[in-house]
Design a protein. Structure first.
Length: 121
């Protein structure tokens, strides 16, 4: 798989329900929202599983690809998320990763068995 400058990649990603505080409004009550990732549900000391409440997407946009001299090729990219409700959010900033690590990100979420629990994924 080749990584192209300017291309946007959309990868399936699990989300869990969470509560958060919105300090920009006057209401002090926590609000419902989504967080990328999974939760761990434990049964007993040796039993447990990871779960997700919904499916969303991780969106990666390649800004540049650079090979600095004798060092490995680096990918400069930005990342955003699309939660299960379709709301896109991000933390602005440029990220840097070696090409091999970036290609691993493009393969999707690391543990595909989490998606078995989500209907229609």
């Amino acid at each position: 798989m080749s990584v192209e400058i300017g291309k946007t990649y959309k990868i399936k990603y699990p989300f869990v329900r969470t509560k958060y505080f919105d300090f920009t409004c006057e209401d002090d009550a926590p609000k419902d929202g989504w967080r990328p990732g999974v939760e761990f549900a434990s049964g007993d000391e040796w039993d447990g599983c990871f779960y997700a409440d919904g499916k969303g997407y991780q969106v990666l946009q390649v800004v540049d690809v650079h090979k600095p001299g004798k060092y490995r090729t680096r990918v400069f990219y930005t990342r955003s998320w699309i939660d299960p409700d379709g709301v896109e959010f991000n933390k602005p900033g440029l990220r840097i990763m070696a090409m091999s690590g970036f290609k691993n990100l493009l393969k999707g979420y690391r543990y595909p068995e989490v998606f078995e629990e989500i209907e229609g994924y």
